[in-house]
Design a protein around this ligand. Structure first.
Ligand code: DC
Length: 231
């Protein structure tokens, strides 16, 4: 992280609204946007494609050594590439979602992906969303937000978001999946989902993404990270 650059960390559980909020914020502030979860999802595709079990730490880490994960596009249309092939849609499939939770538990995999995430903020300011951005990836982030929402609302949002990839999914299934992933994220030994002591907690239940963005901008102004003229 280059001194002087604005790095905004947005952490929280699945379905809390992180992506929409982080993208909106990046647009308003002219910063780049990175979805760190997409890197775990790309690593999951790599494992699945190479017949590697998503729990096989050394095999997934070795495959990552030879792979290239890239991000492109602006906050409005973020795109993800694995070894030169676009995987933006593929990373959202239910199979990849499950495998991503498993590869995200492997320390050697996290080490590599965290290095990649840090490198993405090396040349300009960024809004990065994930589970451990404020605690591990950028402990010195300019502003840390922990975004949460009521579990039922999170399931509703996730279902709407995933409709295209998984038309058959129900609210009940999505709520169960979210609960299972919350447990994995919170209980894993390395980088569990916890709120950084200096993070601002925002409960987005009943708020629009735009209202959450406004709250974060107000905090950024209060901390003198941006001036009062931000559009
Ligand atoms: O946010 P997401 O659903 O796209 O994340 C995919 C998986 O990666 C999920 O199981 C949580 C994990 N993850 C993580 O462990 N650390 C991050 N910084 C981002 C995501």
């Amino acid at each position: 992280m280059v001194p002087g650059f604005l790095v905004i960390a947005i952490d929280g559980p699945a379905g809390a609204g992180k992506s929409t909020v982080a993208q909106g914020l990046a647009r308003r502030l002219g910063l780049s946007y990175v979805d760190s979860g997409a890197s775990y999802r790309a690593a999951a595709i790599l494992a699945l494609e190479n017949g590697i079990k998503p729990d096989d730490e050394s095999a997934v880490a070795q495959a990552l050594n030879r792979a290239e994960i890239q991000f492109s596009g602006d906050g409005e249309h973020p795109r993800v590439w694995l070894n030169g092939r676009e995987v933006t849609a593929e990373i959202r499939s239910p199979e990849v979602t499950l495998a991503a939770s498993r590869v995200a538990r492997l320390p050697a995999v996290r080490e590599k992906l965290i290095a990649l995430q840090r490198s993405l903020a090396a040349s300009r300011g960024v809004v990065m969303e994930g589970r451990d951005i404020g605690t591990v990836v950028f402990p010195n982030a300019s502003l840390k937000i922990f975004l949460d929402a009521d579990p039922r609302e999170r399931a509703r949002r996730r279902l709407a978001q995933n409709r295209q990839e998984d038309a058959a999914a129900t609210l009940e299934q999505t709520a169960n999946e979210i609960q299972w992933r919350d447990q994995l994220d919170a209980q894993r030994k390395i980088s569990p989902l916890v709120t950084a002591p200096d993070a601002y907690r925002i409960d987005s239940t009943g708020l629009t993404a735009e209202q959450v963005v406004e709250r974060i901008l107000a905090l950024a102004r209060e901390k003198k990270l941006v001036n009062d003229e931000v559009p």
